[in-house]
Design a binder for this molecule. Structure first.
Ligand code: SAH
Length: 345
């Protein structure tokens, strides 16, 4: 596979321009065009010979939309094809405060959560920083108007475990935040992890104050391990310590994802245990009813059970919200679209 041009930051592009004997100002033109989601030939200010030379060495369209599904709530789901033919997916969501793009960080995933479609075929490979960024650039170009960005917020909640592809994800975050680029600050980014504790500590030292989100989904290690194999490696108590450290180092409150699964984690007793577990912590709980995945036997808790769970948390003094299942009509949950596509093809 060729090197991906979106992997490079401005400084690195300056190096490439110099190496190819072009004038230094071409680097900025190149960078601006790339950040606008353009392919090299679309950056019309560049000399043709220079473009041709770059194309010999670099992949310039690492992510292409091959299918779009539009939900009645404005959510859009995309199937992206990578340069090597692999398929990933992404979601675009519209909120009152701005537009959010959900990106994938790996092709597949090896964390093995029982409710998640992304993990069905295991991990195929990591995405490079440029492949992650390109998902944002492509969709931003689609939705941006009159020089206004189409995307203001990014969540790393697509396929893959971001902290299992640590180096590329950090590089992606830095490149996405860079001035003169798409300029999305870490404060507008949520990074979701199933709880890789050592990397959570590392992340706290990066000077990248993203919103740390942890997929908790249960209150005891034993029960958590039934749906999340990673629970055999890291205890909830260790995760909570890593969260406290993240708060101390970054000043950012953290978030727990809790997908309500019937018969697994959604009883009033679970809610009360969760209150005790999280009492006094600077955190928020995002509840969501499980998105049904047809390959998985697990079912969503009922709407009533979800409302009761929310009420139990709130009356226990825990900040919590029950999220709408956005795009449920178009297969909103992780990996569903890709899994369907792979089966059909
Ligand atoms: N690997 C990361 C990020 C990707 S998953 C993580 O584990 O956090 C993003 C979120 O969607 C996680 O909270 C994950 O547990 C949740 N999720 C996966 N499949 C789901 C489903 N079918 N219904 C509801 N939430 C799901």
């Amino acid at each position: 596979m060729k090197k991906i041009i979106q992997d490079l930051n401005l400084e690195e592009l300056e190096g490439v321009v110099k190496e190819l004997g072009e004038k230094p100002f071409r680097a900025k033109q190149l960078y601006t065009g790339i950040m606008q989601g353009k392919s090299l030939t679309q950056i019309s200010v560049l000399p043709k010979a220079f473009t041709a030379e770059l194309l010999e060495n670099y992949e310039d369209t690492p992510v292409q939309i091959i299918k779009t599904l539009v939900s009645c709530d404005g959510t859009e789901k995309y199937l992206f094809r990578l340069a090597d033919g692999n398929i990933i997916e992404g979601v675009f969501m519209q909120y009152s405060y701005g537009n959010t793009q959900c990106v994938s960080t790996q092709v597949g995933c090896r964390m093995g959560c029982k409710f998640c479609a992304s993990t069905l075929g295991g991990r195929v490979r990591d995405l490079t920083a440029g492949e992650i960024l390109s998902q944002v650039l492509v969709v931003n170009a689609l939705h941006g108007k009159n020089g206004k960005r189409g995307i203001t917020n990014v969540v790393l909640m697509g396929s893959g475990e971001p902290l299992d592809n640590y180096g590329n994800v950090i590089k992606f975050l830095r490149n996405m935040a860079a001035e003169g680029g798409i300029n999305i600050s870490p404060r507008n980014v949520s990074l979701s992890t199933c709880g890789l504790v050592p990397e959570m500590y590392k992340l706290a030292e990066e000077g990248l104050p993203v919103n740390l989100t942890v997929s908790l989904h249960n209150v005891t290690d034993e029960e958590r391990a039934r749906t999340m194999p990673i629970a055999n490696r890291y205890k909830i108590s260790e995760i909570l310590k890593a969260c406290s450290n993240y708060f101390e180092k970054t000043g950012r409150r953290y978030i727990f994802e809790y997908s309500l699964i019937e018969g697994e984690n959604a009883d009033a007793e679970h809610a009360r245990s969760l209150c005790r577990l999280l009492a006094g912590r600077p955190c928020h709980v995002n509840l969501i009813r499980l998105n049904d995945v047809k390959e998985r036997k697990l079912a969503a808790a009922s709407e009533l059970a979800a409302q009761n769970f929310l009420h139990e948390l709130q009356s226990g003094g825990i900040s919590a919200t029950l999220r709408r299942r956005m795009g449920a009509d178009i297969g909103g949950a992780c990996g569903q679209l890709r899994a369907g596509y792979l089966q059909e093809n």
